[in-house]
Design a protein around this ligand. Structure first.
Ligand code: SIN
Length: 429
């Protein structure tokens, strides 16, 4: 088997993989591979937006919204880290040329999605992910130290004898089936989520949890493999294939979910898992395959729909639905994976020299259910932190299991359980 050598190997070219590559020193030779085309990542599909801390006064609210949506199973240290780094991240994106919606005075505009106590989501029409990822990709293509290699599938990890460190990966060129090894000082898993394993998902079909799978095979810690998020509203179609998302920000701007009689049956801005459960229950009661979403109640009506959601309006039109004249059929679809390869605040896994970032990793930031529009932000921030950790050359030990933050979480969790036990005992008396 032939062997190539790089300083770092990044598997995945969504926002996490690209941002990690862009934050590695330009002196490092970096190979970025991805399974499909360079634009075939879920990051390109993200519609709603990207959260940001609006001002210092928003910290507690943003923190609480993220924790409440996650059923308080989040790692408070990663949540804090994400929120504190959010402004800087947005500024970096703007410096790269990313355009977010602005008002007449040129100030950033904020939209709202489910479970947010105030509008704090920046957006670019209904294609925020495409706007962000295409700028990162363009920048990555400009950098001479980065080699981008699409249509390349990871077959396995390359591990040192006794599995004490990751040395790179075994890759396969999709077109020819040629299998070869890449040896790298550090390897980063940024392979996205698991949606391709589900019949109805908003994810690209090629996203089949490859990073998680390879870690399970090599007994590298994976957490919460059952924490899968179903987005409440994808456009209903009878066939299989990728489901088209109807962004939660449509509901954030006033769209209503309706039963067969045209009545609302749930508060549309509750956390995703709650709204999804209510929709499934309504479908069960009606014996129907979908419920309806009325976009005509969006504040600002036709003008807002055309300005803020042109992609959704157009897609629905192509599918035969006129959002200006009638509700559209929607159904929940698999959307996001909150579990993943256990990783620290610096993206380290339990295997030395192996990192995991983005949807592939589980650093606990989302808890059991992700708050809307936290995914792009989380991926960007922790990918940058992984790059900084690699650059500092301090990844000689696999430390996720010994991360001080994770250690403290365990202590907090133990204390919480002790409190619950005490309460139960008190109630029994
Ligand atoms: C959406 O626009 O509803 C999806 C954004 C997200 O998953 O956070």
């Amino acid at each position: 088997m032939s062997m190539e050598r790089f300083d770092a190997l990044i598997i995945g070219a969504g926002v996490a993989g690209l941002n990690c590559a862009l934050h590695l020193p330009e002196a490092m030779r970096v190979l970025v591979v991805c399974k499909g085309g360079l634009k075939e990542s879920d990051s390109f599909l993200a519609q709603g937006g990207i959260c940001v801390l609006r001002d210092r006064g928003d910290f507690q609210g943003y923190f609480e919204d993220t924790m409440r949506a996650g059923h308080y199973e989040n790692n408070p240290f990663t949540v804090r880290c994400m929120i504190e780094n959010s402004r800087r991240t947005i500024e970096e994106l703007i410096a790269l040329g990313v355009r977010f919606a602005r008002d007449e005075r040129g100030e950033l505009r904020y939209t709202r999605e489910g479970a947010h106590s105030r509008p704090r989501i920046l957006f670019h029409a209904d294609c925020t992910g495409k706007e962000i990822t295409s700028h990162l990709l363009r920048e990555a293509q400009r950098r001479s130290n980065l080699t981008l290699r699409p249509h390349t599938t990871m077959v396995d990890l390359l591990l040192a004898e006794e599995d004490e460190a990751c040395l790179g990966a075994v890759l396969c060129e999709n077109a020819t089936g040629r299998v070869y090894a890449v040896r790298a000082g550090n390897t980063v898993l940024a392979t996205g989520g698991v949606g391709g394993l589900f019949p109805h998902s908003t994810n690209y079909r090629i996203l089949t949890g490859d990073g998680v799978g390879v870690c399970l095979e090599h007994e590298i810690a994976v957490d919460h493999a059952d924490y899968v998020q179903f987005h409440p509203t994808s456009l209903y179609t009878a066939g299989h294939g990728r489901s088209f998302l109807i962004s939660e920000s449509v509901r954030g701007e006033g769209a209503h979910l309706l039963d067969r009689e045209g009545h609302r049956f749930v508060d549309e801005l509750l956390p995703r898992d709650v709204v999804t459960a209510a929709i499934y229950e309504q479908m069960r009661r009606e014996g129907s395959d979908f419920v309806r979403l009325d976009l005509r109640t969006v504040e600002g009506g036709e003008r807002t729909l055309k300005e803020h959601f042109p992609g959704i309006v157009e897609h629905c039109r192509k599918e035969g639905y006129d959002v200006f004249s009638a509700p559209i059929p929607v159904v929940p679809a698999q959307h996001y994976f909150m579990g993943g390869v256990r990783s620290s605040l610096s993206g380290r896994t339990t295997m030395p020299h192996l990192y995991a970032v983005g949807e592939t990793c589980c650093n606990g930031v989302h808890g059991r259910n992700r708050l809307a529009s936290n995914s792009l932000l989380e991926a960007l921030i922790f990918a940058r932190r992984a790059a900084e950790d690699i650059a500092a050359g301090s990844a000689a030990r696999g430390e996720a299991a010994f991360d001080p933050a994770i250690y403290q979480i365990k202590q907090i969790e133990r204390a919480r359980r002790a409190r619950v036990r005490k309460e139960i005992r008190r109630e029994r008396k």
